[in-house]
Design a protein around this ligand. Structure first.
Ligand code: SAM
Length: 314
């Protein structure tokens, strides 16, 4: 029988009772509580939070369904489930998100890295011509100079540093708190010596330099403030405004970013930009100028144009 959503929410049986509670029952009760609160992917969230509570992986959970939670674990687990039911993202409760196969620390100060942003990494590697190259090939080991604008958790800069073992990267953000997390993530993945983190608007701090970048990548904020009410509460209430909103329409940062990239890319260098659901046309038209060539739009798995890329004309 589906839960009666008209009834006031009851506390879960599992968090109240004092009798032994095994993993299978704890998971079942947690999923019911999350579904009752309309949490998307309730089973996945319940599993991730149980793995986090017990410090175990999924295989261990599946292998030990009869394992009994002690009272401390039970209390901790259902406190997390309660917070998730009230809209706190799972990643803020565990403090982690995987991106490009790497584990990233996340806090409410940074955007939680999204799977679709991995297309930015794929397109960047394709544009540099190294996608099919082995990790130790000379092309991968070229001394690329790269910028990541609006680095947040550092996921784009760090994934590129990981793929390109001698690349030098500059990562900017307007948020000092985000840069702190990004620095910690760079240290965690042993690439801190190759990434310079700078607090500034777009690429402002670099504009006096001559064009020297081989690649500039960015996942800028691209949601319109006028769309705020349409966002899930997890996003609207828990992720930083500065990471979400690119202005009233959402496309406002692309024009200054493209203009700065044109100044700082070497001739033949590449610009790779993540797109919002309604920004492809605007960005493509900004790239249809004498400064850019080879303009391409790459679709994500849902068939939405997700990445725009272009080459700075020689
Ligand atoms: C959509 S988030 C992307 C974070 C990360 N690169 C990712 O892909 O998960 C955008 C980031 O840009 C930063 N930001 C917003 N406006 C900016 C600006 N004018 N200049 C530099 N960074 C900015 C935000 O603080 C946020 O960290």
């Amino acid at each position: 029988m589906p839960p009666d959503r008209s009834m006031p929410h009851q506390s879960p049986i599992s968090s109240q009772r004092s009798s032994p509670l095994d993993l299978r029952t704890a998971l079942r009760d947690a999923i019911a509580q999350l579904e009752h609160a309309n949490v998307p992917s309730a089973a996945l969230a319940a599993e991730l939070l149980l793995m986090h509570t017990l410090g175990q992986d999924r295989a261990w959970l599946y292998a030990h369904p009869e394992h009994e939670l002690d009272s401390a674990a039970r209390e901790k687990y259902f406190a997390l489930i309660g917070r998730r039911a009230r809209g706190v993202p799972t990643q803020h409760l565990t403090g982690h998100q995987e991106f490009w196969g790497l584990d990233f620390e996340v806090t409410p100060d940074v955007l939680i890295p999204r799977p679709e942003t991995e297309h930015v990494i794929e397109v960047s590697l394709e544009r540099l011509g190294v996608s099919a190259e082995r990790a130790d090939s000379p092309r991968r080991r070229a001394a690329y100079r790269i910028a990541d604008v609006g680095t947040g958790s550092g996921c784009i800069a760090i994934a590129l540093a990981h793929e390109l073992p001698v690349a030098q990267i500059v990562a900017t953000d307007v948020s000092a708190a985000a840069l702190e997390i990004a620095r910690r993530n760079a240290a965690r993945h042993n690439v801190a010596t190759r990434i310079e983190f700078i607090e500034c608007n777009l690429l402002d701090a670099l504009l006096r330099q001559s064009p020297h970048f081989d690649l500039i990548a960015s996942n800028p904020p691209y949601i319109g403030r006028r769309e705020a009410a349409t966002l899930p509460r997890e996003v609207r209430e828990h992720e930083p405004d500065s990471a979400l909103y690119g202005g009233e329409t959402g496309t406002e940062l692309y024009a200054p970013l493209i203009a700065q990239a044109a100044q700082l890319l070497k001739p033949g260098g590449f610009l790779v930009l993540e797109l919002g659901h309604n920004s492809a046309e605007c960005v493509a038209s900004l790239l249809r100028t004498h400064e850019w060539t080879d303009v391409a739009l790459t679709k994500d798995l849902a068939g939405i144009a997700r990445v725009a890329s272009a080459r700075r004309l020689q």
